[in-house]
Design a protein around this ligand. Structure first.
Ligand code: ADP
Ligand code: MG
Length: 271
C-alpha cells in the first residue's frame, strides 16, 4: 500500500503546486512509483507546472463521475517513467468532488503507487478538506510571513480534526515546508526568521526552499524544478526534503546562511 501525502496550506500562492510537482518528481527520480493528484478543481495548475497541459483528456472529476476509467485519466510523465499525473478539471466546480468518489479514487491509487501526492487548493473549504481526508502524511507549505503562518496554524487544526486519521484517534504525521525563503529579507526583518516560524507552528521541519528564479524558469518550461535543473538551490532543497520524508535524519540548512537546524528543530515535537 502506498502512502498518501497532502500538500496543503491556508493561504494561496505559497508554493503548494510547485512543491507537489517537485517532491513528486524527486521521489520518482529515485525510482518510486508516484502519482500527483490535482485537487484544485476549477484552477488546473499542476498539469502546466508538469508540462502536461496538452495531454489532458480526462480528469479527476470525470473519474469520480464514472465518465472515464482511472487508467484513462492518468498521464505518464515523458521524462520520468514512474511519475504520473491525475489532472483536475478546469471547467467544473468543486462540488463535483464527492467524498465517496474521492475515497474510491484514493483507495485505487494507493494500491498502484508508492506515493499518492494530493495537491490541495488553499483554504479550509470543501476541496481542501477532501484533499486531506485520506492523508497519512501532511506537508504544510508556509511562507515566512505572518499571514501565511497564521493560516497554517488553522490548517494544522483541521488536520487534527477533519481527517480520517484524526477521527480514528490516530496521529497525523505533519511536516512544515518553508518555501520562498529569502535570507536577505529575513536578515533585514522584512520576513519572519526560521526560528520564529517554528516557534509558532511547532511541527517538524521538512525543509526550507529558497526564493529562486530557477523555480519560475522551470515552471515556464513545464518542468518540476528537480527535473529542470537538478543542481539548483531549490532542487537540492527539495531532494533533501524527500530524504527526510523517507525518514533520514538530515540537518536542515538555511539557504544563504551557514546555520543549520539539527535535532533541535527537526523532529523535536511529535505533534
Ligand atoms: N521557491 C520559489 N521561488 C520563487 N518563486 C516561487 C517559489 N515557489 C513558488 N514560486 C512561485 O509562486 C507562485 C505560486 O506558486 P504555486 O506553487 O502555484 O502556489 P500554490 O499552489 O500554493 O497556490 C508561482 O508563480 C510559483 O512559480
Ligand atoms: Mg496550487
Amino acid at each position: 500500500m502506498g502512502k498518501v501525502i497532502v500538500v496543503t496550506s491556508g493561504k494561496g500562492g505559497v508554493g503548494k503546486t510547485t512543491s507537489s510537482a517537485a517532491l513528486g518528481a524527486a521521489l520518482a527520480q529515485n525510482g518510486d512509483k508516484v502519482v500527483v493528484v490535482d485537487f484544485d478543481v476549477g484552477l488546473r495548475n499542476l498539469d502546466l507546472v508538469m508540462g502536461a497541459e496538452r495531454r489532458v483528456v480526462y480528469d479527476l472529476v470525470n473519474v469520480i463521475q464514472g465518465e472515464a476509467k482511472l487508467t484513462q485519466a492518468l498521464i505518464r510523465d515523458k521524462r520520468v517513467e514512474t511519475l504520473y499525473l491525475l489532472p483536475a478539471s478546469q471547467t467544473r466546480d468543486k462540488d463535483n468532488l464527492t467524498p465517496e468518489g474521492v475515497e474510491k479514487v484514493v483507495a485505487s491509487l494507493k494500491k498502484a503507487f508508492d506515493w499518492v501526492i494530493c495537491d490541495s487548493p488553499a483554504g479550509i473549504e470543501r476541496g481542501a478538506t477532501l484533499a486531506m481526508r485520506h492523508a497519512d502524511i501532511a506537508i504544510v507549505v508556509t511562507n515566512p510571513e505572518v499571514s501565511s503562518v497564521r493560516d497554517s496554524d488553522r490548517i494544522i487544526g483541521l488536520l487534527d480534526s477533519k481527517t480520517l486519521k484524526a477521527e480514528n484517534g490516530e496521529r497525523m504525521e505533519k511536516h512544515l515546508l518553508l518555501t520562498r525563503y529569502d535570507s536577505t529579507r529575513a536578515e533585514r526583518g522584512d520576513m519572519l526568521k526560521v526560528d520564529d516560524v517554528l516557534e509558532i507552528l511547532s511541527i517538524p521541519l521538512l525543509g526550507i526552499i529558497p526564493e529562486s528564479m530557477d523555480v519560475l524558469r522551470a515552471s515556464n518550461l513545464g518542468s518540476p524544478v528537480t527535473l529542470a535543473d537538478e543542481n539548483s538551490a531549490p532542487s537540492r532543497a527539495y531532494f533533501d526534503a524527500v530524504r527526510r520524508l523517507r525518514g533520514e535524519a538530515l540537518p536542515v540548512t538555511v539557504p544563504g546562511e551557514r546555520r543549520s537546524f539539527f535535532g533541535k528543530l527537526f523532529g523535536r515535537k511529535a505533534a
